[in-house]
Design a binder for this molecule. Sequence first.
Ligand code: TMP
Length: 211
Amino acid sequence: MTRGRFITFEGGEGAGKSTQARLLVERLQALGISVVLTREPGGSEGAEALRSLLVIGDADRWTPTAETLLMYAGRSDHLTRLIRPALEAGTWIVCDRFSDSTRAYQGAGGGVSPAFIEAIEDEVVGSDKPDLTLVFDMPVEIGLERAFGRDMFEARFESKGLAFHQRLRDAFLAIARDEPGRCALIDASGTLDEVAAQVWSTVAERLDLEP
Ligand code: TMP
């Protein structure tokens, strides 16, 4: 059985990742590929319960260190119960956010040391890193404006202020620059169709699919 491919979508707030992840899944399914769309924080029953603790409430509800541990508790459950078994069965995974979000939000944004995050990452994720990570980039002000226009319930991270979000953008750009083999930068400021075309051509090229 050929192992499934593991694709993650990353980036700041309001960049259109979730919509684009859904469109990509539909396009892969149209090619006859078995694929599951999932998300973090969340993706398994236990991790979805942790998600509610993480994304609702005051901005300072958790320290960045506590957030990191909760994110990885959920990630461990998600990997064990959904991601690894699916990949082993040949099913592809498209995941809306994964480890790079911890590096950006809790690391660059919250000040948690990269060495601490890396140590937990090695233990929890190990060799099951994404085959391809699409990093959605757009100006912070535009992203936040879009994000505030929709879900005000799960808005704990959105409410952290402009400087925090600028640090995230810089961190995601640095991740894409430092790991070009795994990551591809997507200019998320275009129209939905333009971004979908960019996503598709990147996935097709990187993962050797018919364009
Ligand atoms: P979402 O809005 O993309 O569904 O993600 C929920 C929030 O969780 C978002 O503000 C980013 C944040 N987050 C982290 O802070 N660290 C992480 O590791 C993940 C996966 C998400």
